[in-house]
Design a protein around this ligand. Structure first.
Ligand code: GTP
Length: 181
């Protein structure tokens, strides 16, 4: 016995995929289909430079176009669990993306295990549907750099832990979903 809470999360969907695989678009559609607005978009990305600002503006415009004003965006680069708990009860929530959250934690020198437990507790407490987006980062060659290897391992472990408890897991390839669980 690990002593950890490992109860399942039937209300959680994990959407995995590589960069520009179409996972965000697919996840947004799942959230819109999961229940009426408001749909909470928990963003873990930070706009470090002009390219990222443009990327974020593009995503916001796409959500406005597809969601007709139904999306509420919450920035949570370090505490997506807090944003989950603050979202209206029962309403659908999207967290995009866990891998960037992990990056923020590791680059900021935070305790990844402790932060993960806080996030998992928030997932357990939530009743409404939650869609989590994460990158599948381990399909390429082994990185030469130790930090990149540690990151790749941490991302894979996080995905496994969430997939084990999520009610549904999808892998998006070239815009198309493969049902994993
Ligand atoms: N801060 C902030 N970030 C956002 C917002 N909308 C989207 N993002 C971020 O944009 C990122 C996803 O965009 P991309 O990097 O273009 O997606 P991708 O993972 O390469 O491609 P796909 O697999 O096609 O989704 C996520 O990390 C989001 O957090 C927003 O309104 N505010």
């Amino acid at each position: 016995m690990s002593g950890r809470d490992e109860t399942p999360w039937p209300h959680v969907t994990l959407v995995l995929g590589g960069a520009r695989s179409g996972k965000s678009r697919h996840a947004e559609a799942l959230v819109r289909a999961a229940g009426p607005a408001p749909w909470t978009y928990v963003a873990t990305a930070e706009a470090w430079d002009d390219e990222m600002r443009a990327r974020i503006a593009h995503h916001r415009a796409e959500r406005a176009a597809s969601g007709g004003g139904g999306w509420v965006t919450v920035d949570a680069p370090l505490d997506p669990g807090g944003a989950l708990l603050a979202a209206p009860a029962e309403s659908p929530v999207l967290v995009d993306c866990l891998t960037l959250w992990l990056t923020n934690l590791m680059l900021g020198g935070h305790d990844v295990d402790a932060a993960s437990e806080v996030f998992f507790a928030a997932l357990s407490a939530r009743r409404g549907p939650v869609v989590l987006v994460a990158n599948e980062v381990g399909l390429g060659i082994v990185p030469e750099n130790a930090l990149a290897r540690a990151f790749r391992d941490a991302a894979g472990r996080l995905n496994q832990r969430i997939a084990a408890r999520a009610g549904r897991v999808l892998f998006i390839v070239a815009g198309l979903p493969i049902v994993v669980k």
